[in-house]
Design a protein around this ligand. Structure first.
Ligand SMILES: C[S@@+](CC[C@H](N)C(=O)[O-])C[C@H]1O[C@@H](n2cnc3c(N)ncnc32)[C@H](O)[C@@H]1O
Length: 355
């Protein structure tokens, strides 16, 4: 029995489980179970299969909804007393088959919860334990084996990570602004828009930034016309360059425009879907009236959307947004979920125009 953990953003676990089932069926990979948030761990999905690890890992690499693929080997309580000593002992005692064959290794650690130590401290003690156990060299760049030592509240989980870079780093980012959506979150937004089911032909992201949503939408829907715009000229140009490098340059067109003037650029009803993440509170002027901003934006969207057209939007000021939506009866809320992104917990809203 082989148990793999697929990591993702909190809030996307069900979409990962669905995608895994689809991809596994297509690849004829037989699996016994798919569990969202196994043992209550957020941002994880566990898949259980009899197939050899090489085969199941290779199938999981095709998923667009995940960051990493790993296998946990041991879980233990770090207690309250000298937790770093407990971590050292737990890692030292553990046999890790992949380490026996590795010429070099590195440790990475994800930590959730309140602790008096950092992830770096965990990496240091766990790395020392592995050197003492196996006599193998640490190499942070050219390692053969990546050992994961995750701390979730009082639990220590020891495992092996099969993915080197996050699978969500799949677009070559020539233009890379400070704030950008992860590709797997953009993928989830595109999925929730159900473009095929609604026969969408034109999609717009009016706050396109680096163009992550544009690229995911174009790659998933090769016949879709995809428009992006941004009030920042550098982003409008950069998103086009990124789309080119991702192989969808011909499908994507970008413009430098204010999102609050959408209706100046599209005929009423000309847009089938809008998928976007407007700036979160921090990046706008501190005096911005978000209620007014959302109301103006939603009215513009209603004007350009086709009847039955969908909006998928990531919004951090959920209360203000809900109030604004209350004033726009043309848009029905079809679905809302909370998703973690960069330590913030915005709402992912799926809205549909009446029609
Ligand atoms: C959160 S970022 C979008 C990130 C994008 N989804 C990505 O993956 O790169 C928000 C973007 O909105 C742009 N922006 C801010 N106010 C705007 C406005 N009124 N009209 C159009 N774009 C605006 C910013 O320049 C920024 O690029």
């Amino acid at each position: 029995m082989n148990q793999l953990i697929l990591t993702t953003n909190f809030g996307l676990e069900d979409l990962v489980a669905d995608e895994f089932r689809r991809v596994a069926d297509r690849a004829e990979l037989v699996f016994d179970a798919v569990e969202e948030q196994p043992d209550g761990f957020e941002g994880q999905v566990r898949v259980v299969t009899d197939a050899p690890a090489v085969e199941s890992v290779s199938v999981c690499r095709e998923l667009r909804s995940i960051h990493h693929i790993l296998r946990y080997i041991r879980r233990f309580d770090i207690g309250d007393d000298e937790p770093l000593d407990r971590i050292y002992e737990g890692v030292f005692e553990q046999d890790i088959p992949e380490m026996a064959e590795a010429g070099s290794f590195r440790v990475t650690s994800n930590r959730h919860g309140e602790h008096a130590f950092t992830s770096m401290d965990v990496q240091d003690v766990a790395g020392q334990a592995l050197v003492d156990h196996y006599g193998t060299d640490v190499d942070l760049e050219e390692f053969d084996c990546e050992v994961r030592v995750d701390i979730i509240d009082r639990d220590c989980l020891i495992g092996v990570q099969y993915t080197r870079d996050s699978l969500s780093k799949r677009h070559p980012r020539v233009f890379s602004p400070k704030v950008s959506l992860k590709t797997n979150v953009a993928w989830a937004m595109v999925k929730l828009a159900r473009l095929n089911r609604h026969g969408a032909e034109t999609l717009v992201d009016p706050f396109c930034g680096a163009g992550t949503i544009l690229i995911e939408a174009a790659q998933l829907n090769p016949t879709l016309t995809v428009h992006g715009s941004d009030a920042w000229q550098k982003a409008a140009d950069g998103a086009a360059v990124n789309a080119d490098h991702a192989g969808v340059g011909e499908q994507v067109e970008t413009f430098c425009r204010d999102a609050l003037e959408l209706s100046d650029h599209y005929e009423p009803g000309a847009v089938d879907a809008i998928i976007t993440n407007p700036p979160f509170g921090l990046s706008l002027h501190k005096d911005t009236d978000f209620g007014q901003f959302y109301r103006r934006l939603l009215r513009e969207m209603v004007e350009v959307l086709a009847p039955g057209g969908r909006v998928v939007m990531l919004v951090d000021k959920r209360g203000v947004f809900r109030d604004a939506l209350g004033d726009i009866p043309e848009l029905e809320t079809r679905h809302v979920r909370i998703v973690e992104t960069g330590g913030i917990y915005p709402g992912m809203y799926v809205l549909q125009k009446e029609g």
